[in-house]
Design a protein around this ligand. Sequence first.
Ligand code: FAD
Length: 391
Amino acid sequence: PKPRVVVVGGGYAGAAAAKYLKLWGGNAVDVVVVEPSSQFVSCPLSNLVLGGSKTIDDLTFSYAALKKNHDLQWVRDSVVAIDTEHKKLILGRSDFGYDKLILAPGVDFIYDALPGLESDAARKQVPHAWKAGEQTVNLRRQLESMPDDGVFVMSIPKAPYRCPPGPYERVCQVAFYFKQHKPKARIIVLDANPEIVSKKALFTKAWADLYPGMIEYRPNSVVVEVDVAGHTLMTEFDSIKGDVLNVIPPQRAGIPAQLAQANNIDKRWCEVDFLTYESMVVPHVHIIGDAVSAALPKSAHMATSQARVCANAVLAALTEQPIDTSPVFANTCYSYVSDHMAMHVANVYRYNQAKKIMLSAEGGGVSDAPSELEADYARYWAQNIWSDVLT
Ligand code: FAD
């Protein structure tokens, strides 16, 4: 029988890994994908749903072409346990063995440190909208029904979290919506970090230039409790009332990585060998995407880059070929500051033999200023990555 590689998660990392395993491995391997969702919903560009220039349908795609083009076995289910010793995966409705396991589970939210948000009902009233889909639509509806002079309060967790510039792009998008429809509304940003985590100067300037007087930014503001009924977020010293609350909880590697006990860094992230993405603590289990340690930024671009290196290394191991010992890849993150202007941060990462990590090379950086041209680039970037992972 052919070796079986099971990929858990059909998000950016998992979909790309499955595709390249078959593209490069052909008939030498069977590839099985386990994914509970019937459709792919893109987090990139989902802040534009809050701004009103995209709908969630624009960002929702079928898996049909990916499955068909690459002859993938697809199991629509969730992993509920992993027996790494016997190389066995237990799903909700079935179980099966693997020769190699690739976990691409994205992030899991840590609600333990957020009393008040224990129940599903509370999490609906105070959405995270940090996994695109229902939660995004829910937050958009809340913004639409907010009083015209209302206050939107958003909280950002301490880094590392999924998509470093994402929260600040969200502030721009909500401000863009308010500017058109509720110019008297205000935004309060409670950031657990000491300063804006990504593209600081660019975001600060964009807020001041495009949305003057609308945004109040408070650094070092860790939310410690949520009073859902009272519409209030509590930090250590303050309570901040708002009409619409958006709490982005702290994050850790998705549940399948926890089930495999591969989240060995602070019980949150997975330490991997950057040549293979094999876990440093659980043999034959590879981890890619947002679940990987904070050494690399948690982006969709990064997730697909890691997926290709991992797919290549897994195939090399199965066919006893040498692996690539000097991987190089890039990462670009665009942020839209309105419906038609965007800016970027971009870096090239190379494997450093001495440190055994991916290091960003000289010459990376950020835009001089947001522009319409970069909004075109951002749109093409999205079309390209969707076509890469979904066809
Ligand atoms: P995901 O894409 O989340 O995929 C994980 C998959 O695992 C999911 O499909 C899930 O259903 C599945 N899964 C979970 N649990 C189980 C289980 N038990 N069993 C089976 N399957 C399971 N990145 C960029 O590069 N550019 C951007 O412009 C950008 N903008 C963003 C804006 C926002 C608002 C947000 C929130 C994120 C943004 N990102 C962006 C980041 C990007 O979305 C993530 O880095 C990317 O999705 C990570 O890919 P992943 O495959 O690791 O995780």
